[in-house]
Structure formats: C-alpha cells, structure tokens
Design a protein around this ligand. Structure first.
Ligand code: ATP
Ligand code: LTN
Length: 340
C-alpha cells in the first residue's frame, strides 16, 4: 500500500490594531472571515498588532487595556485559542528584526505611493513619523515571518498586501525561494463598509462616534446610530453604490450578515420605506453582535485567562518566527551564531 503524502498545513495570517474600539467594518471586512478556514488544511495566526498602533500617539494604559480587549474579541468571535495562534505582536521580537531586513529591500518610491500613508499624514499632520511611513514594511514582516499563504483583510489593505508580495518576490529573486508569496482573501460582500454619516468614505474607528457602529455598542446605541445614518432623498431601495451610497451601504451590511447578495437584500425590501430598511439593518446587526458581546463580557471578567492565552501563544509564535528569521539571517549573510 502506498503511504499517503501528508501536506503541511497552509498558514493563514491577519492582524488588527488595538487603536480604538473595533467597528462593524473591522468585523465584516476582516474578523468574521477569520473563522472560515478548515482546520485540517490551515493553521491560522491572528495578531494584536500593538506595534502598528503606536504609529499614532496612544495613551499607554489605554493601549495596554485595548490589547487584552482585542484578544478577548478574537476569542468571543469564535476563534478557539487552542486551535488558532492568538498573540500580541510586541511579544515576538522577530517582527521587528525581520522588518529591519525587509526595509533594506523596499524602495522609498514604493512607500511614497501608499494611500494609507497619505491619508494618515493628512489626519495627523503634527506627527508624520517614520513609523507611519514604514508601517507597510512591518506588515510585510508580520506576514512573511510565518510563511503565510492566505491573508484575510478588508479592501483598504490590498495595496499593503501587494507590497508584501513584491518584497517577497524581490527577496526570492536574489536569494532563492525563501518566502511564500501570500494571497489576499477579501469577502465577496462588505470588504469596504462605509461611514454611516459620509457613505463615500470607509467606516473607521478613528473617526467621530456617530459614523461607526462599535462591536461593543449596546442595542439602543446601535438602533440610534442606524436611525441617523445618511440615505438620500428619493425613497427607492436599490443597490447602486455610485448613485445611492448610503442605501447601498446599508444593503451591503444586511447582505454580509445574512450571507445574501445586496441585490437579494434589496429585493426582499422592495416597495418598503427607508424606515423598514433601517429596522432590518438594526435587527441583523444586533442579532450578530449580541452573542459576541455577552461572551466578551464573560471573558473580560477573567482577564487572567485571556492573559494566559496570550502568553502561551506568544511562545508558539516565537518558535515559528525564530525558525524563519534564522533562515533569512543566514541568507543575507549575517554572522554565524555559536551553539551556546
Ligand atoms: P484605523 O481607523 O485606526 O486606521 P482600521 O480599522 O482602518 O484602523 P485595522 O484595525 O488595522 O484598521 O483594520 C483591521 C482589519 O479591518 C483590516 O483587515 C482592515 O482591512 C479591516 N477594515 C477596517 N475598516 C474596514 C471597513 N470599513 N470595511 C471593511 N474592512 C475594514
Ligand atoms: N495594516 C493592517 C493591520 C495589519 C495586518 C497585518 C493585516 C498589521 N499586520 C498582517 C494582515 C496581516 C490594517 O488593517 N491596518
């Protein structure tokens, strides 16, 4: 009998910044897709990217608290911490070490083209630091450090992922096949959830409160924010992002949360008013977030448990990272290490 060939599992990797309260955009565009990889084929790592978060000023106590809260959100969203590696970026020094090497394989011109850098520089004109500029290189290091095949992210991160692929290919072109070239995985619906107040802009946790739904908003706040969401002055429920951005955004939210297409969601509400549309969005959002919120509350009452998960998983991530880092260091010609 032939021995079966056991394929190593493919690596899935993503990260979210603990830079504020997570929004429905983070949930629909990223978090809810993290659970969609069968465990017999994929090993998933999900990181709390606290090193990325300090590219804008953070209050230290608040940042530390948000790191633990985000780990709690990962678990509360259904990610089993025994099967997924959930850890903090700053606990694995390999991220910064690989970033330095990759900095030397990234061109200024490439970083100058990044739209997130342009947006964030405009938003934080008083603090355009070098970290904000090299942010995408740290993200490339996160991904390449683990030989990642698949990166589930929202549409706004596509340009950063392309850069990570370019850096990997450039490095491989010089040193042989060192890095796996990663692919992005974007949701069919909701890869770009828009602001409730300015539906031509992305929903973002660093914008004013009434523009986003926070994952931990209580039902009455969710209801109020959706009621006030900007629509338009005719009354037709139709999916048409260009001409009806507000209504289309609400339809996309329903579609993403009910696994429909936005057109199907529109058809179901045909002939009804915007009041009904908003009621439907509110019901879908509350039904989705309620179980996550109650599990999160339970976890936050036991912070020691969440901290323990982060500690254990940092060890696993460190082991995986060190293996890759040593290989890269050897390739570029760093000094030999003694065995002691
Ligand atoms: P900030 O607003 O502070 O820059 P952010 O929410 O844009 O933060 P992250 O927390 O790092 O950035 O995003 C985590 C994940 O959520 C990424 O995969 C990102 O693409 C996704 N994401 C963020 N906002 C949206 C959105 N409005 N729609 C869909 N996906 C989103
Ligand atoms: N830059 C991402 C967050 C992020 C990330 C990653 C996503 C940092 N490292 C690695 C995927 C893989 C953002 O959404 N702002």
């Amino acid at each position: 009998m032939e021995t079966p060939i056991i394929q190593p599992k493919k690596i899935v990797y993503s990260g979210i910044q603990p830079s504020g309260t997570l929004t429905l955009g983070n949930y629909i565009g990223a978090l809810r897709n993290f659970n969609r990889f069968p465990e017999d084929e994929y090993q998933c790592l999900y990181c709390v990217v606290d090193m990325h978060a300090i590219t804008v000023r953070q209050d230290p106590a608040a940042l530390r608290k948000r790191c633990l809260e985000l780990a709690g959100i990962y678990i509360a969203s259904g990610l089993d911490p025994k099967k997924n590696v959930l850890y903090c970026q700053s606990h694995v020094s390999g991220h910064a070490e690989l970033m330095w090497i990759l900095n030397c394989f990234t061109y200024m011109g490439e970083l100058n083209r990044m739209t997130q850098f342009k947006d964030k520089s405009a938003k934080h004109a008083d603090n355009i630091n070098a970290g904000l500029f090299t942010y995408p290189v740290l993200m490339a290091a996160d991904i390449l450090l683990f030989n990642t095949s698949v990166v589930p992210i929202g549409a706004d991160q596509k340009q950063h992922l392309e850069l990570a692929r370019d850096i990997a290919q450039r490095f491989n072109g010089i040193y042989g096949d060192v890095f796996t070239v990663p692919e992005g995985r974007f949701g069919k619906v909701g890869a770009r959830v828009m602001s409730l107040q300015e539906p031509t802009r992305k929903m973002s946790k660093s914008d004013p409160e009434d523009t986003y739904i926070a994952l931990l908003d209580p039902p009455d706040v969710i209801r109020r924010k959706i009621k006030r969401a900007v629509t338009d002055s005719d009354a037709e429920i139709r999916f048409d992002p260009e001409n009806k951005p507000g209504v289309s955004n609400l339809l996309s939210i329903i579609a993403a949360l009910t696994d429909q297409t936005p057109e199907q969601a529109a058809a179901e509400l045909q002939g009804q008013g915007y009041g009904k549309l908003k009621e439907r969005v509110t019901d879908c959002v509350i039904a989705t977030l309620e179980p996550l919120q109650s599990e999160h509350k339970r976890l936050m009452a036991d912070k020691g448990y969440v901290q323990g998960i982060l500690d254990e998983n940092a060890e696993i991530a460190n082991r995986m990272a060190t293996k890759m880092l040593r290989k890269v260091q050897r390739k570029v010609g760093f000094a030999e290490r003694g065995r002691r």
